[in-house]
Design a protein around this ligand. Structure first.
Ligand SMILES: Cc1cc2nc3c(=O)[nH]c(=O)nc-3n(C[C@H](O)[C@H](O)[C@H](O)COP(=O)(O)OP(=O)(O)OC[C@H]3O[C@@H](n4cnc5c(N)ncnc54)[C@H](O)[C@@H]3O)c2cc1C
Ligand SMILES: NC(=O)c1ccc[n+]([C@@H]2O[C@H](COP(=O)([O-])OP(=O)(O)OC[C@H]3O[C@@H](n4cnc5c(N)ncnc54)[C@H](O)[C@@H]3O)[C@@H](O)[C@H]2O)c1
Length: 467
């Protein structure tokens, strides 16, 4: 039996454990905090649960456009947000999901160890547990230890008013004025959620526009939506310090300005959990940022050691972590394996509106990496959008100019995360725009606009060609 030891029980680790077990491995999974990892306990799942609540508030607020009037100037005058109760629910759901994952792993026969692990050679892992150190021999080791929120040296999080994204669930009242530092996906999602919950939000963005890593047409729509809702966006502003002054937090910007609020959320990225694992001692190569270097089948520079998930810095998504973990085990245990293909990954920014993307990006098209034809169709003319009072978003499709094969897309809309799946299938299955537009869509529906975008790409001479 192949002995597999997995360090880290997030999506990278636990999905790998399920596959390794399925392929007949003797699997030990060592986790120091809880099964499901940060994804389930503090990052992905809690944030999406909080956002689900915030979305309801936004829908109530927007009901005015549909002729449904709230008998008060502000939605928070009639709907009281009990943030303590909201956060209790958030954490309860996270713990319940963690317990489900643990139960499933145990049922499958995975040996679960609660403790902190490190390598002791390429074929040995030592776990520090409550009952002392335990050593495990391993034919294969998978490192899936995730990341930790980055802190600015002069803006240390205290868990009360200067918070990272794992600490916000301690709040029992909606902050009066929340300063969100960082306008990447994490910053944008929390800014959107707290704004929805009726909080006065200031977003400190180091770039000209929010979401610098995303499709810039989509980011522009989101920035406009944020501004229209009254959010203050401080563009091209870098924070360097945050301090408490009584009941206030003061954030100092590099240009000398100061921003005052009741709370501050630091969302300035994450650092890999690769230190103290003994990786360098066994010869595992790291990148300059401290991530573990892996190839497309999750191999590190040491034959018996694989790595998966955020600690590899490949594409910080739960879905990618899970796939990297599975691929590692398929490869290590001799099953058929397809190397990781990032061109097929779909992802979503859970703001209001949502931004979903799959495949090639506008940036890659603009950089000339591949010659594409593309079309951008605003949803303002979509009948369903109008009925729902939504006019902000768009659908963008990319295809190869020669064959018409769909290679990517962007959807900015409510529930874009669901709408993108059709485009995702088209990208994975190499479907042409003509074949795509043959499928019936419901009338009226927003997905009708995706089919319409594909129809517009029938005459690709007229479409915007990017080289
Ligand atoms: C706020 C936020 C929201 C997000 N939302 C989404 C989303 O909506 N969709 C999405 O796809 N992705 C989302 N992500 C990204 C997603 O959470 C990560 O990509 C995912 O958690 C990566 O999984 P992982 O297995 O690599 O690491 P993690 O989930 O971080 O798990 C790693 C585990 O390893 C354990 N560990 C670390 N060191 C050791 C050690 N020495 N010994 C034992 N155990 C150890 C840790 O305790 C942790 O439990 C979000 C991220 C953030 C920050
Ligand atoms: N919905 C999702 O799937 C989801 C949600 C959240 C995070 N994630 C994943 O996590 C990854 C990391 O996202 P993130 O947003 O946490 O980190 P990030 O590194 O992508 O963004 C951090 C942002 O903070 C800015 N910044 C850094 N220092 C600053 C300073 N001093 N002042 C002001 N701004 C500063 C950076 O310029 C950057 O734009 C994402 O790429 C994504 O893959 C996914």
């Amino acid at each position: 039996m192949t002995k597999v030891v997995i360090i880290g029980g997030g999506p990278g680790g636990y999905e790998a454990a399920l596959v390794a077990n399925q392929l007949g491995g003797e699997v030990t999974l060592i986790e120091r905090e809880g099964l499901g990892g940060a994804a389930v306990l503090s990052d992905c799942v809690p944030s999406k649960t909080l956002i689900a609540t915030a979305e309801v508030m936004v829908r109530i607020e927007n009901a005015r456009q549909l002729g449904l009037h709230i008998a008060a100037p502000d939605v928070t005058d009639v709907v009281r947000v009990d943030l303590g109760e909201v956060n209790e629910r958030v954490l309860h759901l996270a713990r319940a999901q963690s317990a489900d994952i643990a139960q499933r792993l145990r049922q499958d026969g995975v040996h679960l160890v609660s403790g902190s692990a490190r390598l002791d050679g390429p074929h040995r892992v030592v776990a520090t547990t409550e009952s002392g150190e335990k050593a495990f021999d391993a034919d294969i080791v998978l490192v899936a230890t995730g990341t930790t929120p980055r802190e600015l040296p002069e803006a240390r999080c205290d868990g009360e008013r200067i918070l990272n994204w794992k600490q916000v669930y301690n709040l029992t009242e909606v902050p009066k004025r929340l300063i969100v530092v960082g306008s990447g996906v994490t910053g944008a999602e929390f800014a959107s959620a707290y704004d929805g919950l009726g909080c006065d939000v200031v977003l400190v963005s180091s770039r000209r526009q929010v979401l610098p890593g995303q499709d810039q047409d989509a980011a522009a729509v989101l920035q406009r939506a944020f501004e229209r809702r009254g959010m203050e966006i401080m563009s091209e502003s870098r924070a360097y310090a945050a301090r408490r002054e009584g009941d206030e937090v003061v954030v100092s910007l590099e240009d000398g300005r100061e921003v005052r609020g009741s709370h501050c959320l630091m969302a300035v990225g994450a650092i890999p959990n690769s230190a103290g694992l003994g990786l360098e001692d066994v010869g595992v190569a790291l990148t300059p940022s401290g991530h573990i270097s892996v190839d497309r089948v999750s191999r590190t520079s040491v034959r018996s050691i694989y790595a998966a998930g955020d600690v590899t810095g490949v594409f910080a998504l739960a879905s990618v972590a899970a796939m990297q973990g599975r691929i590692a085990m398929w490869h290590a245990l001799g099953d058929a394996v397809t190397p990781l293909d990032l061109r097929r990954v779909s992802s979503n920014v859970f703001t209001t509106p949502e931004i979903a993307t799959v495949g090639i990006t506008q940036q890659e098209a603009d950089d000339g990496d591949v010659r594409v034809a593309s079309v951008l169709l605003p949803l303002a003319s979509n009948a369903r959008s109008k009925m729902q009072g939504f006019t902000d978003g768009f659908v963008k499709l990319f295809c190869l100019p020669t064959t018409g094969i769909i290679i990517g897309g962007v959807v900015v809309a409510p529930r874009a995360s669901e709408l993108i799946h059709a485009v995702s299938i088209a990208v994975a299955q190499k479907i042409t725009v003509d074949d795509f537009s043959q499928a019936f869509t419901v009338y009226p529906s927003m997905s009708g606009s995706i089919a319409e975008a594909a129809r517009r790409l029938h005459n690709r001479d007229e479409a915007l060609l990017t080289t």
